[in-house]
Design a protein around this ligand. Structure first.
Ligand code: A3P
Length: 323
């Protein structure tokens, strides 16, 4: 089972060691690369992905900043795209989502890679469904050039920070939550743009602009909208992917079945999501917490919230993006 390998491993390592560093989680911190802060641990994989991934026109990519609803969107997109193969309507005990974590089914392309190795994707049949956290402008050229489709999910950054903080506390627990003095310090770095794949405003804007310029290529979703009308947005996702629900499917309740199967309550209770680890090495249960809109009110002082809201207003509202 040999992976294709390339002779650029040393060059990648030298490049990374020459780049600016910042504090992150995973102990290893962040590296500033192509104007975004990348978890240093994952950067070799990001560069290999950029250099060696070849998109196909039939590919679908789930893109997000971490903690924006990636796991949820992956499970929804998987259920929709492969519903002819895996029937989500019967109490189908064989549905892959009941026995595999969504990240195992929809692989994040830059994770689990080492420098000098291209992702081994030989086991994936068309249409392929993948994930990525890489900013739009840093995606492999073949993704931007081909007709493959990208579905982006974003979330109110206030809730993203809260979600991230809990995630960091869990996955970096052995390292006193990555060496952070507390949530205030973590929040401060986030507001300065220093967090994984951030600044968050650049990440959002890259995909937002692409969705405005190329609406058939990039679908831009918000976690909050998906919560408010999951079924309606699921139909948008299906249409966008080129596999709309038929009238008969709608009459038979397929949309509702998928919504139910992919709900936080259902996924969280599955044995597979209570145990084991993802390809990135994180515990599967760390991807499922509260899933609420506005949880930030329980964590931020008014002045903290005001600070982040002002940044969002300043960076995003000019482009018609609000939360
Ligand atoms: P909270 O920490 O606010 O609960 P990601 O998948 O991008 O890592 O994002 C994780 C966030 O999405 C967590 O938010 C998690 O609880 C929430 N989430 C995971 N699965 C979900 C689902 N099926 N429906 C709604 N939210 C979900």
């Amino acid at each position: 089972n040999s992976k294709p390998s390339y002779d650029d491993q040393q060059e990648i390592e030298e490049l990374i060691s020459s780049l600016p560093k910042g504090k992150g989680w995973h102990s290893s911190g962040l590296t500033l690369y192509q104007n975004f802060w990348c978890h240093s641990k994952f950067l070799p994989g990001v560069i290999s992905f950029q250099r060696h991934f070849l998109a196909r026109d039939s590919d679908v990519l789930i893109a997000s900043k971490p903690k924006s609803g990636t796991t949820w969107l992956k499970s929804l997109a998987f259920s929709v795209l492969y519903r002819a193969q895996f029937n989500p309507t019967e109490a189908n005990a064989n549905h892959p989502l009941l026995s595999s974590n969504p990240h195992a089914l929809v692989r994040t392309l830059e994770l689990g890679q080492s420098a000098g190795h291209a992702p081994d994707l030989s086991g994936f049949a068309d249409p392929r469904l993948f994930g990525t956290h890489v900013p739009y402008d840093s995606l492999p050229y073949s993704i931007r050039r081909s007709r493959c489709k990208v579905i982006y999910i974003c979330r109110n950054p206030l809730d993203v920070v809260v979600s991230l903080w809990h995630f960091v506390a869990q996955v970096d627990a052995g390292d006193r939550a990555g060496g952070w003095s507390g949530m205030e310090e973590y929040f401060d770095n986030f507001c300065k743009g220093m967090d994984g794949y951030g600044p968050f405003w650049d990440h959002l804007l890259g995909y937002w602009k692409a969705s405005q310029e190329r609406p058939k290529k990039v679908l831009f979703l918000k976690y909050e909208d998906l919560k408010e009308d999951t079924a309606g947005n699921l139909k948008r996702i299906a249409e966008f992917m080129g596999v709309p629900f038929s009238d008969e499917e709608e009459r038979n309740g397929v949309v509702e079945e998928i919504v139910k199967m992919c709900s936080l309550g259902s996924l969280k209770e599955l044995e597979v999501n209570k145990t084991g680890r993802s390809i990135a090495g994180f515990e599967n249960n760390s991807y499922f917490r509260k899933g609420e809109v506005g949880d930030w009110v329980n964590y931020f002082s008014l002045s903290m919230a005001e600070r982040l809201k002002n940044i969002m207003e300043e960076k995003l509202s000019h482009f018609g993006l609000t939360f």
